[in-house]
Design a protein around this ligand. Structure first.
Ligand SMILES: O=C(O)C1=C[C@@H](OP(=O)(O)O)[C@@H](O)[C@H](O)C1
Ligand SMILES: C=C(OP(=O)(O)O)C(=O)O
Length: 411
């Protein structure tokens, strides 16, 4: 597919965009399904990251090498899974970027419990070699400030360990809604997990009492439609399925955040209607996005489009995601004439910009969210999105769904 030219467009109302299941919920459930084969998953994600996870789990015992490409959750969740596969030996590797994404905190925690995991290249980073063993340990201390995925990874195997698992979190907990999502998924399947005062307790559980899970659609994917509506004319509306008001996904906070940008969310049976109801009166917004790091890119681009300055904080994890997202955002936002300053955990959009006639080229840095976060600016000016196929990491149908809204794309 490579580059896509997007001509400046005006959005057409649409009542039927169906986003596939949350990749976060799906990848948790796929792992649990490998441990509890009766589990049935409905509305699973069609993302590459979930395909990677599914394929890796289907090749257990058949292949001694697993490549997870760019999928952070697959890398982290499979590490714990393989650590408890007695008698199996496996190497997990990924893309070049994956080999720069740290995993030491998780490996140390698992080895503390009795696992046998070692590094093949650089200490602390994939690729890793795992020799599966029976783990007898049932208490572990882990640093919670770098990635919640390490904690989820441990939580997902906890109920399969002979003595269950008690995880004590130390330091400031990052991306906490993802830990709560894991907790809720476990509880809803009948695993009596608890999370109180920085301690997570997961009892050994033989059998799930509820064995069907319906995955809600992906709120992070919905964020791009929030941005499109925020940048549209008053009364423009889009209906998205399948979403609910009591979501397990922290990114559902979008409904609240986008009120600041004149977007109303109406919850119907199992869908949401996003409607532009007014032009925002605010000129500046400050948000701490520690609980919702994946929507930072969407929000700052919306602010650029609306001429609102912003200061987004709580974002230290952005530097170790698919790319250094803070640097990537600064590079691309400045192409529009904005001034942007970044620190180790924040990004500030300082001025508004004047849109131009010539298309601006957006580099995507092998990061799906760079491509999708910038796309809504086509309501302001033409764009070229480089390596547009990156979107398939989380949302393979993204460009097709944009076409449903009257956006004109040329490959
Ligand atoms: O558990 C999950 O499904 C995720 C947790 C978050 O990662 P961090 O905890 O590393 O911030 C998030 O950014 C990622 O997209 C998905
Ligand atoms: C950070 C992300 O994914 P992961 O860490 O699972 O690669 C993401 O989807 O934005």
């Amino acid at each position: 597919m490579n580059d896509i030219l997007l001509n400046k467009s005006e959005l057409k109302n649409n009542q039927g965009i169906i986003i596939s299941g949350s990749k976060s919920e799906t990848n948790r459930l796929l792992l649990l399904q490998a441990l509890y084969p009766n589990l049935k998953i409905e509305n699973a994600s069609n993302s590459d990251d979930s395909e990677v996870m599914k394929n890796a789990l289907q090749s257990v015992g058949k292949s001694s090498e697993i490549n997870v490409y760019h999928a952070g959750t697959a890398m982290r969740f499979l590490t714990s899974f393989y650590a408890i596969q007695e008698g199996l030996e496996v190497v997990i590797s990924g893309s070049n970027r994956m080999h720069e994404r740290p995993i030491k905190i998780l490996v140390d925690a698992l080895n503390q419990l009795g696992s046998d995991i070692s590094y093949l290249n650089q200490e602390g980073f994939p690729p890793i070699k795992i020799i599966g063993k029976k783990i007898q340990g049932n208490k572990v201390l882990i640093d919670a400030n770098v990635s919640s995925q390490y904690i989820t990874s441990l939580m997902l195997i906890g109920s399969s360990l002979p003595n269950g698992l008690e995880i004590q979190l130390q330091g400031k907990i990052t991306s906490i809604p993802y830990i709560k999502m894991t907790l809720s998924v476990l509880q809803s399947l009948g695993i009596k997990a608890e999370f109180e005062n920085n301690i997570i307790k997961i009892p050994h559980t033989e059998k799930l009492t509820n064995d069907t899970f319906v995955v809600e659609s992906d709120w992070s994917s919905a964020s791009y439609f929030y941005s499109l509506i925020a940048l549209s004319k008053i009364d423009t509306e889009i209906t998205l399925g399948y979403f609910k008001q009591n979501s397990l996904q922290g990114d559902a906070v979008l409904a609240e955040i986008y009120q600041n940008f004149g977007v109303q969310t109406i919850f119907t049976d199992n869908k949401i209607i996003l409607k532009k109801i007014e032009n925002p009166s605010i000129k500046n917004i400050n948000l701490n996005l520690n609980n919702a790091p994946d929507i930072a890119q969407t929000i700052i681009v919306t602010c650029l489009g609306l001429g609102i300055t912003c200061n987004l904080t709580g974002l230290h994890t952005l530097k170790i995601k698919e790319t250094d997202r803070l640097q990537a955002l600064k590079n691309e936002l400045e192409k529009f004439g904005a001034s942007v300053s970044i620190s180790a955990d924040s990004i500030q959009l300082i001025n508004s910009v004047v849109f131009q006639n010539d298309p601006i080229k957006i580099e995507t840095y092998q990061d799906h969210r760079m491509a999708m976060a910038f796309a809504p600016l086509i309501l302001k000016q033409s764009l070229v999105i480089k390596n547009a196929e990156v979107v398939s990491k989380s949302y393979p149908d993204f460009w097709n769904d944009l076409k449903l809204l009257n956006v004109i794309l040329k490959y």
